[in-house]
Design a protein around this ligand. Structure first.
Ligand code: HEM
Length: 412
């Protein structure tokens, strides 16, 4: 029999994480050398590094991004100092609860259409649906809504699937073939999605990111790299989380029932807990050009940190003895967020956190409320090394028969 944990959840001693990367674990919670990098493991050290304004972005191919030809403004993910603060301040309005709630009806319509399509077809692959949803929602925030051809999600998927490694110590080989493939995918995204959006916004600006970048005289090249950042940071991550949350709940009927019948805040608590145990971005990287202190220790200029979000998020010192178990509503120390560091922390903390949870919830509730929804094929678990994130592929779902779907209808 499983022991009850101090929080009242079953305490099996095993992890409820589906995507744990055991090869990245080190013993204990101290900062430990890992090749040329120092790896932070504990929640407290990880948070201290992320919040330090003296450290800079070192992940997501930061070297290549900062040396991009013809670029004047780095994308927000790689900015630092005053320029970064100003960009975050100016774009915060797209992510406020009021702004996010205003996207609600659009997201609900997309979600209803997707569930109806699944009911009509009988079977679909969930990661295709979650990609479509995440891309369409974020593209409204960015202003990527004037594409010349449908299929933007496939064009985005093509340039994030190049097999590159975003870690600062990675040995990426930029072969001519890889350059052409990547350049081709980015070129198509630019010609079919970004450029038409720029032209449309120049004629009639809207309240979106591209219109704002044009106001600041960003070039086409700089707008393109910012759109690529939003595509990877906002769309690919949300797609993976939706697939993961659906799969975990389909495998755990009690959790699914709690979710479907819960209030919005109860549902969000479940989603945060799922994200804590399976943070989409498993590693963040930072480099410092100045001496920095982390707890009692001081590290010299030139240090590069790898921050293991997976271990930080199950640090028992903060999350409790049962940190590895799924237990929504666990008691947390003041200032600790339910999803741990899954959205990062400090200056680069994810601006889309609330939007990501809101859109995931709108879709998942509509999907999981159907009693006759079932798994036809389980997903494979792999990793995308550019974002150091997991990839769940091939989760095939079946939903009843079309006539049942028409009878019941999907409600808000
Ligand atoms: C479950 C979904 C998501 C996850 C797990 C996630 C995770 C993260 C993380 C960990 C960071 C911090 C990177 C760092 O510190 O180096 C980040 C940054 C960022 N995210 Fe998200 N994100 C999600 C959804 C979104 C959405 C929906 C958007 C926008 C539509 C978005 C836009 C961004 C942007 C622009 C940044 C860069 C911010 C900066 O550097 O100042 N994200 N995200």
């Amino acid at each position: 029999m499983t022991e009850p944990s101090p929080t009242g959840c079953p305490f099996s001693g095993k992890t409820d994480s589906l995507t744990r990367r055991t090869e990245l674990l080190t013993d204990g919670y101290d900062i430990t050398p890992r090749g040329e990098l120092l790896q932070a493991q504990s929640y407290s050290d990880s948070r201290t590094i992320l919040k330090d304004t003296k450290v800079n972005q070192a992940g997501f191919l930061a070297d290549q991004a900062s040396n991009a030809q013809g670029s004047v403004h780095p994308p927000v993910l790689y900015m630092s100092g005053e320029e970064h603060t100003e960009m975050r301040r100016a774009t915060a309005r797209y992510f406020t609860p009021t702004a996010v709630n205003s996207y609600g009806p659009m997201i609900a319509k997309l979600a209803d259409d997707m569930v109806a399509e699944l009911a009509h077809k009988g079977e679909m692959t969930l990661d295709d649906l979650s990609l479509r949803l995440a891309v369409q929602v974020a593209s409204n925030v960015v202003g990527l809504t004037s594409s010349r051809l449908p299929g933007m999600e496939k064009r985005i998927e093509a340039f994030v699937s190049t097999g590159l490694d975003g870690a600062p110590d990675a040995n990426n080989r930029f072969t001519p073939l890889r350059d052409v493939t990547m350049g081709g995918a980015v070129g198509l995204f630019f010609m079919l999605d970004v450029k038409p959006a720029i032209e449309a916004r120049k004629k009639a600006p809207k309240d979106d990111l591209i219109s704002y970048l044009l106001e600041r005289d960003y070039s086409d090249q700089d707008i393109l790299t910012e759109c690529i950042t939003y595509a990877t940071a906002g769309m690919i991550t949300t797609r993976e989380f939706i697939t993961l949350a659906a799969y975990q709940m389909l495998k755990n009927p009690e959790l699914r029932a709690d979710y479907v019948h819960g209030t919005e805040s109860e549902r969000h608590a479940i989603l945060h807990e799922l994200l804590r145990l399976d943070p989409v971005v498993t590693m963040l990287y930072r480099h410092t050009n100045q001496e920095v202190s982390v707890g009692e220790q001081t590290f010299p200029a030139g240090t590069t940190f790898a921050i293991n979000i997976q271990t930080a998020n199950v640090d028992p010192a903060v999350m409790g003895e049962d940190a590895e178990q799924l237990c929504p509503h666990r008691p947390l120390p003041k200032g600790v967020q339910a999803q741990g560091l899954a959205f990062g922390d400090g200056p680069h903390r994810c601006p889309g956190a609330f939007l990501a949870i809101k859109e995931s919830d709108i879709f998942l509730r509509r999907l999981l409320m159907w009693n006759d929804l079932e798994i036809v094929r389980h997903p494979s678990v792999g990793y995308n090394e550019i974002v150091k994130g997991y990839e769940l592929r091939g989760l095939r779902l079946r939903l009843g028969r079309p006539q049942d779907a028409n009878r019941q209808g999907a409600t808000a």
